[in-house]
Design a protein around this ligand. Structure first.
Ligand code: SF4
Length: 215
């Protein structure tokens, strides 16, 4: 049965908002997140250096799709937008380190299964919040959408007017691509996180991250 669509109200009462946020948090867990937290806009850390890391050393997906820099919303715009929200749901999914670290992860695409899962959870919470009347709900995941949804075909959204993203409801900009320092945000909520690169020794676990701005 489809959930009931709620009417939009100018100001959502506090008790309704709190119950909804907790429901979205639990929903993330039921959908497969390892953990999910309700955070405020003060917990969203934005740092221009994050986007710089997409450029140097240049990620092979830089400029390959509308959700990655330089096409994704820029850091200053994201900074302004975040201030208009009060609450977000921050989610994580742990993964065995070999899916995220090692010299061949980008080539072997071993993180894709986890990044797609994060996108799926984010999409479902985004939709639930939208139909509950939080019509500005918007989600972000991790990693390039092109790797996850269009690995062997050109990004349709970059083809200009009249062309949409072929995975519009499923694909999101990455947190890192718009300037969110998701690593520091993870440490702030108590999630243990390691740098994931070619070197794997000493990395006991990896994690994907996503966030939905709700209200
Ligand atoms: S069409 Fe594919 S590559 Fe382009 S934004 Fe959508 S999911 Fe990403």
């Amino acid at each position: 049965m489809c959930p009931i669509v709620r009417k939009i109200v100018e100001n959502v009462p506090d008790e309704v908002l709190k119950k909804d946020l907790e429901r979205y948090r639990k929903m993330a867990m039921e959908l497969g997140a390892t953990d999910a937290k309700i955070i405020t806009n003060d917990d969203i850390i934005i740092d221009d250096r994050t986007r710089m890391k997409c450029m140097y050393p240049k990620c092979p997906y830089y400029g390959s799709n509308i959700n990655c820099p330089p096409y994704a919303p820029d850091v200053d715009y994201f900074r302004k937008v975040v201030k208009l929200y009060h609450y977000a749901i921050f989610i994580t999914k742990e993964a065995p380190p070999e899916h995220y670290v090692g010299p061949n992860v980008l080539k072997d695409k071993t993180q894709v299964i986890y990044e797609r899962k994060i996108n799926e959870i984010v999409s479902k919470i985004e939709a639930a919040a939208f139909y509950d009347g939080y019509y500005y709900a918007i989600g972000f995941a991790g990693g390039p959408c092109k790797l996850q949804f269009c690995p062997d075909i050109a990004c349709s959204a970059l083809e200009g007017a009249g062309h949409a993203c072929r995975a519009a409801i499923k694909a999101h900009s990455s947190l890192e691509g718009i300037g969110a320092d998701a690593y520091r945000m993870a440490t702030r909520v108590g999630w243990v996180i390691y740098p994931c690169g070619a070197q794997s020794e000493g990395v006991p676990c990896a994690r994907g991250l996503g966030m939905i701005l709700i209200y």
